[in-house]
Design a protein around this ligand. Structure first.
Ligand code: DX5
Ligand code: ZN
Length: 246
């Protein structure tokens, strides 16, 4: 597997002090910051948008100056992922991870402000994100089978290939939910086919569940409540890394 990447989810950080929370999380050994964007439509919860990302971005050095450290991994739990690519690019997002389900859904096309191309082919989304200078990720919810990804991952055009696949291990929307081990066969199957792919897992991960996820082949580890709820977040980050690297 590729190198371990630990990406604490700032969803569980102190929102009243988010800039400082971001810089100290990197100082405590995190590689990336996982930034959960929720629109109250694709998921039953609302977080924040690009203006907040712009503000907190300035508290963390860009990954280009830092061997990838400090990557803002934006997990877009939104119904119209295409509509917000430019805005998040301008906000300093480094990796734009959209949901497969949102890209193929007709919901976007039905929205009053939507343009006719709002219903998007995932490969076109990936190309568009790359053209905007960001890394591209594609996420699947627990109810979505991993088989929908084969055609996308087999694309012969580099611009249409995702840099990361995110396998959700909870139903997206909230931090602090119970880890769904039932999703790990997706990770195993992805790792078997793609030895070098960045495979991210998100939801319910912590010292008690990391071994199963690491054994399945996940290398990008999101953890919200396990990191920010800990007395010693640096120790949890180190433990997660050890489990992936062992
Ligand atoms: C859930 C979010 C997660 C969340 C994980 O919809 O995508 O990133 O912050 O939180 P924990 O690690 O507490 O399950
Ligand atoms: Zn997330």
């Amino acid at each position: 597997s590729p190198a371990a990447i630990i990406a604490p989810s700032i969803l569980s950080a102190d929102f009243a002090d988010l800039g400082k929370e971001c810089s100290s999380t990197i100082a405590r050994g995190a590689d990336w910051l996982h930034v959960d964007i929720m629109d109250g439509h694709f998921v039953p919860n609302i977080t924040f948008g690009a203006p907040i990302v712009t503000k907190i971005r300035s508290h963390v050095a860009k990954p280009t100056e830092n061997h990838g450290k400090g990557t803002f991994d934006c997990h877009m739990m939104i119904a119209e992922p295409k509509k917000w690519v430019k805005e998040f690019q301008n906000a300093g997002c480094d990796l734009y991870c959209f949901h497969y389900e949102a890209a193929i859904s007709s919901t976007a096309a039905e929205s009053p402000e939507a343009t006719s191309d709002a219903k998007t082919n995932p490969k076109e989304m990936i190309r568009y994100i790359h053209d905007c200078g960001m890394l591209a990720g594609i996420a699947i919810k627990p109810d979505t089978g991993v088989d929908v990804l084969w055609d996308i991952l087999e694309s012969t055009d580099e611009k249409e290939k995702p840099d990361m696949v995110l396998v959700m291990t909870v139903h997206p929307g909230f931090g602090g939910q119970k880890f769904m081990a039932s999703e790990l066969p997706k990770v195993t199957e992805l790792r078997k086919r793609y030895p070098d792919l960045n495979i991210e897992v998100d939801g319910g991960l912590g010292p008690g569940t990391i071994d199963q996820a690491a054994d399945a082949g996940a290398n990008v580890i999101v953890a919200g409540s396990a990191v920010y709820g800990a007395k010693d977040p640096a120790d949890v980050i180190a433990k997660l890394r050890e489990a992936v690297e062992k």
